[in-house]
Design a binder for this molecule. Sequence first.
Ligand SMILES: CC(C)(COP(=O)(O)OP(=O)(O)OC[C@H]1O[C@@H](n2cnc3c(N)ncnc32)[C@H](O)[C@@H]1OP(=O)(O)O)[C@@H](O)C(=O)NCCC(=O)NCCS
Length: 367
Amino acid sequence: MSIRITGTGLFHPTEVISNQELVASLNAYVERYNQAHAEQIAAGELAELHGSSAEFIEKASGIKSRYVVEKSGILDIDRMYPRLAERSNDELSLQAEWGVIAAKQAMQQAGVTADEIDVVILACSNMQRAYPAVSIEIQSALGIKGYAYDMNVACSSATFGLKQAHDAIQAGARRVLMVNVEITSAHLNFKSRDCHFIFGDVATATIIEESSDKAGFELVDLSLQTQFSNNIRNNFGFLNRCEDAFGDALLFNQDGRKVFKEVCPLVAQMINQQLEKNQLLADQVKRFWLHQANANMNELILKYVAGKQAEAERAPIILDEFANTSSAGVIIAMHKTAHEVCVGEYAILSSFGAGYSVGTVLLKKVG
Ligand SMILES: CC(C)(COP(=O)(O)OP(=O)(O)OC[C@H]1O[C@@H](n2cnc3c(N)ncnc32)[C@H](O)[C@@H]1OP(=O)(O)O)[C@@H](O)C(=O)NCCC(=O)NCCS
């Protein structure tokens, strides 16, 4: 049985924020805050806030810009989060709208119609509501029968979603549509210099099906691992109200340095184990589509796996343009550079993120 990715799709909003624009906004906020609280800061009652710099952001992460759902609300220092109009229950929700656009592209590339799909999975870090599942709304908007569900394994949602798709097909489903819609700017604290630059908004979609002759990427081996860590957390949830907990402390936060140190070796080890299990050498892998959180991290993982001499192009970077798009990053990297892999060659798709959660998927180009 050959289970393959036969189509991918990518949607991003048109509004872009450069590092310079983001830094100008944060620094204006910081200056106003420090002035307004000068006496308490001088008395040691409040901590002074520190500004950000575009040079730091690019050097520390490789990020230069990000697409966002709504720019003016984020840059407005009286607000600092996107401004969105509430939609009625009769309208398609925002997350479903983006998912449908990406899904149509993936379906077109795969040459697949709605009636040929049996399962829809929305796999991402944040669902816009608890229920009904957004994936069911996407399923309905596309006219797909069968079943749909939402799943969240943070930045590893796409690789974990591919495993669910693979298993569903082994169990009898004809085709699976996986959608990753990340509206990350809505859960980001734009007042914190530690993380204000990290994320961007995007939607990706992937068609997975069983075929012996269709062009695409065969899922040769899928390996998943989780290991609990508090180093990346988002405490936003339905119990906040009962705990009388509100405010920015509930949003995404991380100890980026610890994540960097702990996750890079873990990912490299899993990729090396996967290569060994499949009797492959790193040199036989044309592209490593790694999670797009930090360019320096990806450079280090590539060195751990393929040696110091490995050419940078073997681990393509898209986060300079998109920033960290959580689960969608690996799919964007694959979508943009799949043509660089020839029939018969291997690629590895590997995600890592909160949990910790790591997924590695060995792919072989088939035609
Ligand atoms: C977040 C990340 C880019 C930060 O880079 P870093 O090199 O670790 O930077 P640090 O947070 O250690 O900060 C280094 C210094 O720069 C300062 N700094 C932090 N943010 C800054 C900013 N926006 N502008 C200027 N200086 C800043 C810090 O205060 C610190 O100063 P100090 O040395 O005087 O204490 C990096 O740690 C990272 O990407 N980690 C991996 C995160 C990840 O993969 N997460 C999964 C996400 S889902």
